[in-house]
Design a protein around this ligand. Structure first.
Ligand code: IMP
Ligand code: MG
Length: 184
C-alpha cells in the first residue's frame, strides 16, 4: 500500500496533465476571493452537482470567507460513457428551499451545456434571489446551449478529461491533476 509508485503512473489510458494541481489550487483561491467580494454581507447557498463537483466544492468552500450553506443534487444524464444526450434525470433533489436565496451552482465541467441548462431551468422556477454558476472547467468551442457562467476556472481543449472529481465509469476521481483520457 505504500511506496512512491502509483497505479496511475502505469495506466495507458491516462494522457498528459491538462490542469496541474498547483494551478487548480491557485485558481480556486482566486475564485474564492471573487465570490467572497461579490456576496459580501450575504450567506450564499452553494448547490453542488454530484458526483463530479464534490472535490471542487470542498476546495472552493474553504476559499470563500462567508457563512456559506451547502446542498447537493445528483443528476444522471443519458448518453454514452463520454457524451451526454441532454436528457437529464434528477436522482437526488435539494433539501433546502431556494426561495429568496443567493444560489451558486458549483459544477465540475461544462461540455455541451445541456446538463447545466436543464438544471438552471429547474432551479430558476424556485424563486431564488439570484442564480449564478461557478464552473471549474469549460470546454472550448461554439456551444449552442451554453448558459451564462459567472465564474469559470479554466477553458480547456475539447477532449475528454479525468481527475479532480471527474470520472470514467467512477474511476480516476481521486487523481489530483486533471488529465487527458486516452481510452475514449
Ligand atoms: P454537458 O451536458 O455536455 O455540458 O456535460 C456535462 C456533464 O458531462 C458534466 O457535468 C460531467 O459530468 C460530464 N462530462 C463532460 N465532459 C467531461 C469530461 O471531459 N470528463 C468527465 N466528465 C465529463
Ligand atoms: Mg457534472
Amino acid at each position: 500500500m505504500s511506496g512512491t509508485t502509483s497505479p496511475f503512473d502505469e495506466d495507458p489510458d491516462l494522457g498528459e496533465v491538462v490542469v496541474a494541481r498547483d494551478d487548480l489550487h491557485a485558481k480556486i483561491a482566486e475564485l474564492g476571493t471573487a465570490i467572497t467580494r461579490d456576496y459580501a454581507g450575504e450567506a450564499p447557498l452553494f448547490v453542488c452537482v454530484l458526483k463530479g463537483a464534490f472535490i471542487f466544492l470542498s476546495d472552493i468552500a474553504r476559499a470563500v470567507d462567508l457563512p456559506v450553506e451547502f446542498d447537493f443534487m445528483a443528476v444522471s444524464s443519458y448518453g454514452t460513457a463520454t457524451k451526454t444526450s441532454g436528457i437529464v434525470r434528477i436522482v437526488k433533489d435539494l433539501d433546502i428551499d431556494l426561495t429568496g436565496r443567493h444560489v451558486v451552482v458549483i459544477e465540475d465541467i461544462v461540455d455541451s451545456g445541456l446538463t447545466l441548462n436543464y438544471l438552471l431551468k429547474h432551479l430558476a422556477v424556485r424563486q431564488p434571489a439570484s442564480l449564478e454558476v461557478c464552473a471549474l472547467l469549460v470546454k472550448e468551442g461554439e456551444r449552442r446551449h451554453m448558459p451564462d457562467l459567472r465564474y469559470v476556472g479554466f477553458t480547456i481543449p475539447d477532449e475528454f478529461v479525468v481527475g479532480y472529481g471527474l470520472d470514467v465509469a467512477e474511476r480516476y476521481r481521486n487523481l489530483p491533476d486533471v488529465r487527458r483520457y486516452r481510452g475514449a
